[in-house]
Design a binder for this molecule. Structure first.
Ligand SMILES: Cc1ncc(COP(=O)(O)O)c(C=O)c1O
Length: 360
């Protein structure tokens, strides 16, 4: 029963805590999905998402988790030439698996975990073979690596490829300038840096990506960008019934981010929390898993050296926190501190002090 759930402070890299005022938006009455009210809500949200992402590209929303959007990007943008998947962590690997599962020609460009791809490595891979698209994970949640898109987007464009970016744990917390960086598909879920409930994935899709989609047969039905855009253009509708309560939350949160906090201030707050966490780890004699110059500003992955990760997790739970160990094969050897969403530096300090007290 729901009454028996113990609600913990989520210090994990998503889903994260949702503020009371955002949660309260979910209890508003449901409106009809083909009503003018829904159209207005959709249009307001998409115009604010364009501001959030610094783009004029179309915004396409998907009532699904972000994995659905990963599939959408592949189905709509990868044709006969195939895709190059840059792989430096578990979520990048998942994207490659999705490409294969959809019967696409996919190659891996493997980068050691903890590092980000650089221009030279990418250039060499793209010189060897032609591709329709390149998939890059902006913020690899499994390793705490932030790939500097600004440094590499030109290399992708010079090779006439579409640039597809998973920013699931980055968008809303780290810099993203879609038009300046010529990103064709850029998507994210709301349960991470946007600090909202899970269930809706959103993204921007360029004209070139839509032009490519038209040429690709068997794009499927639910994630077909062309159909989604057709409905979007028709008074801001969706082909299927969308997750309406999350639209209420998203509109509220976007107005708060853009009109009150300011997106660049939000990025700056994430940088401050990340710097504090990185320094805390180093002062404790611990090492960062990621190369420091590409370390993420939304999640810090730390080598656990001397810290018993599962015991720490159990101890923190008793204090009311949900802690994040390392991802997959790094479960015991790493742990992750998420500093994303509406988190404050004060909350991060308090959490890290609690870890200090428990690991003396
Ligand atoms: C970088 C990245 N990509 C994709 C996903 C998949 O998101 P979802 O679980 O919402 O499908 C996650 C989830 O943590 C993620 O961190």
């Amino acid at each position: 029963m729901i009454e028996n759930i113990k609600f913990l402070d989520l210090f994990i890299p998503g889903p994260v805590n949702v503020s009371k005022d955002c949660r309260e938006k979910m209890i508003l009455p449901i409106i009809a999905h083909r009503s003018p009210e829904m159209g207005n809500l959709h249009k307001d949200i998409t115009s604010y998402l364009q501001k959030l992402l610094f783009t004029q590209n179309d915004i396409i929303m998907s009532t699904s988790s972000s994995t659905g959007y990963m599939e959408a990007a592949i189905r709509n943008c990868v044709g006969e030439k195939g895709v190059l998947n840059v792989i430096n962590g578990a979520f990048a690997e998942r994207w490659y698996d999705i490409a294969k599962a959809n019967g696409k020609e996919a190659d891996m460009l493997e980068i050691p975990w903890g590092k980000a791809v650089d221009r030279k490595t990418l250039n060499e891979a793209l010189d060897q073979k032609e591709y329709d698209a390149v998939c890059i994970t902006h913020n690899e949640t499994s390793t705490g690596v932030m790939t500097p898109l600004k440094d590499i987007y030109k290399t992708v464009k010079d090779h006439n490829c579409l640039l597809l970016v998973d920013s699931v744990s980055g968008a809303g917390g780290i810099e993203a300038r879609i038009d300046d960086w010529e990103i064709d598909v850029f998507f994210f879920g709301l349960q991470k840096c946007m600090a909202l409930s899970p269930g809706l994935a959103v993204g921007s899709v360029s004209k070139q990506a839509l032009e490519k989609a038209v040429t690709i047969p068997n794009r499927g039905l639910y994630f077909d960008f062309i159909d989604l855009k057709k409905y979007h253009d028709k008074n801001g509708m969706q082909p299927a019934t969308p997750v309406i309560p999350i639209y209420y939350q998203l509109q509220y949160q976007l107005h708060k981010i853009i009109d009150e906090e300011g997106i660049e201030n939000r990025w700056a707050r994430h940088t401050i929390m990340a710097d504090y966490t990185r320094n805390w780890a180093k002062n404790k004699g611990l090492s960062l898993f990621a190369d420091e110059h590409v370390a993420s500003n939304t999640v810090t992955c730390i080598e656990s050296k001397g810290i018993h990760v599962s015991k720490l997790k159990a101890d923190l739970m008793k204090k009311g926190y949900f802690f994040s160990e390392g991802y997959g094969k790094f479960k015991e050897s790493n742990f992750r501190i998420a500093h994303m969403g509406d988190r404050t530096l004060e909350e991060v300090k308090k959490y890290l002090k609690t870890i200090d007290d428990l690991t003396q």
